[in-house]
Ligand binder design. Structure first.
Ligand code: XLS
Ligand code: CA
Ligand code: CA
Length: 436
């Protein structure tokens, strides 16, 4: 059996004092945090498209990352070799999940039928590898954005032919996801958006997108797929305005079309920040509406206005996100998928391990911090206290809908001016910093 990562064994846990780049400092899969192992809290996943198809290419130059197993030749055979390399990597890293698009795991053929055959041939090996390693599919997804046929969108394409083609591609990929026991199926609206409203019938396109998603929900039932359907928001790139702008927009869209019970959200950190939000804003909003399904864990660069898909390294942001996760009682069938790529300059094979180790440690550290905050309860009781006026008297009457404007006017006239209540932001911030 070929070894693709010779010299690198299973990544051990060595603790925060370790300076070994190929060891975990915080992530210890079996360690229990609030009664659950880190493995089960975090459900880490590797993104096939970055980890095994990323080459470091950018608009100014070609790829710089060359893997020793990428020898060319028959594209299906090459895809199968790559699958073996990926499973060795994930087994050694210790991630329980992975994700892929149809077109990054198997090559697209000249016709849809040939593409489907290619996919079937590769999936056969993927299935064997899953059984051998116990590594599972977090989500399957279809690439509806790379092929030029999708340049004007897939389900929002002005051409119905393209809509039908995209539907056929998603149908197949949903079947593959079912066959592999994938726990979720993700829709990221690749080119579902517009470059100019001059050539765009926006409402019609949105109606079409809803039709498409409705058909997917119906097909899920038809084939008996029990996983969760996820939508991944992003505000821009590749189109100037993506329809799935952010969590709030997608929730509103789903409700408009009566689809809110069929889908949850897969939130990506870098997409949240591109939309002008912190990531924890996005997860908090989705979670409080019962719509948080899964996370694409990465980060952007505050100095850059595009999707840099870097590994998550911000411990404070991780802690804020993990607070939401703990409040929600876990991600259910979701997980933390490293939709993150190596920098173009990070060309060593071991960089792939080191990058994932860093991301896993950052999120594990965030989890430990969030658990400590929760256990001590100081922050939560400060928050509770801030809203205490809603626990009795007029607050309860308002929340229960037992009052109206006339009654509130009488009450305000009798009670006079409210007292000034400090927001105490600095106190909250100092408290959080104390846990880091
Ligand atoms: C692109 C998206 C994409 C989705 C899956 O920006 O992050 O990779 O996660 O199609
Ligand atoms: Ca993503
Ligand atoms: Ca991204």
């Amino acid at each position: 059996m070929t070894e693709f990562f010779p010299g690198i064994g299973n990544i051990p846990f060595e603790g925060p004092e370790s300076r070994n780049p190929l060891a975990f400092k915080y992530y210890r899969a079996d360690q229990k945090v609030l009664g659950k192992t880190m493995r089960d809290h975090l459900r880490f996943s590797v993104a096939y498209w970055h980890a095994f198809r990323g080459t470091g290419g950018d608009p100014f130059g070609p790829g710089t990352i060359v893997r020793p197993w990428e020898k060319g030749g028959d594209p299906v055979e090459m895809a199968i070799v790559r699958v073996r390399a990926a499973f060795e990597f994930m087994r050694k890293l210790g991630t329980p999940f992975y994700c892929f698009h149809d077109r990054d795991i198997a090559p697209e053929g000249k016709t849809l039928a040939e593409s489907n055959r290619n996919l079937d041939a590769v999936i056969k090996v993927v299935k064997e590898q899953q059984a051998e390693t116990g590594i599972k599919l977090l989500f399957g997804t279809a690439n509806l954005f790379s092929n030029p046929r999708y340049m004007n969108g897939a389900s929002t394409n002005p051409d119905a032919h393209v809509f039908a083609f995209a539907a056929a591609q998603v149908k197949k990929m949903m079947e593959v996801t079912l066959e592999l026991g994938g726990e979720n199926y993700t829709f990221w609206g690749g080119r579902e958006g517009y470059q100019t409203l001059l050539n765009t019938d926006m409402r019609r396109e949105l109606n079409h997108m809803a039709k498409f998603l409705g058909m997917a929900a119906a097909y899920k039932k038809e084939i008996g797929y029990a996983g969760t359907l996820l939508i991944e928001p992003k505000p821009k790139e590749p189109t100037k305005h993506q329809y799935d702008f952010d969590a709030a927009t997608v929730i509103g869209f789903l409700r408009q079309y009566g689809l809110e019970r069929e889908f949850k959200l897969n939130l990506e950190c870098n997409h949240g920040t591109l939309a002008g939000h912190t990531f924890h804003h996005e997860v908090e909003l989705a979670s409080r509406y019962g719509m948080l399904g899964s996370v694409d864990a990465n980060s952007g660069d505050t100095m850059l206005g595009w999707d840099t898909d870097q590994f998550p390294m911000d411990v404070k942001e991780a802690a804020m996100t993990m607070r939401v996760l703990l409040n929600q009682g876990g991600l259910g069938s979701g997980g933390f998928n490293f939709d993150a790529k190596l920098r173009r300059e990070s060309t060593d094979l071991e960089d792939l391990f080191i990058a994932h180790i860093g991301g896993m440690d950052t999120l594990a550290r965030g989890l430990l911090i969030a658990a400590k905050i929760r256990e001590e309860g100081v922050l939560d009781s400060m928050l509770q206290d801030r809203y205490s006026s809603w626990e009795s008297g007029i607050g309860v009457e308002i929340e229960r809908g037992k009052t109206d404007f006339k009654a509130l006017e009488r009450w305000a006239l009798a009670e006079g001016e409210p007292k000034s209540l400090s927001g105490r932001q600095e106190r909250y911030e100092n408290l959080l910093n104390g846990y880091l």
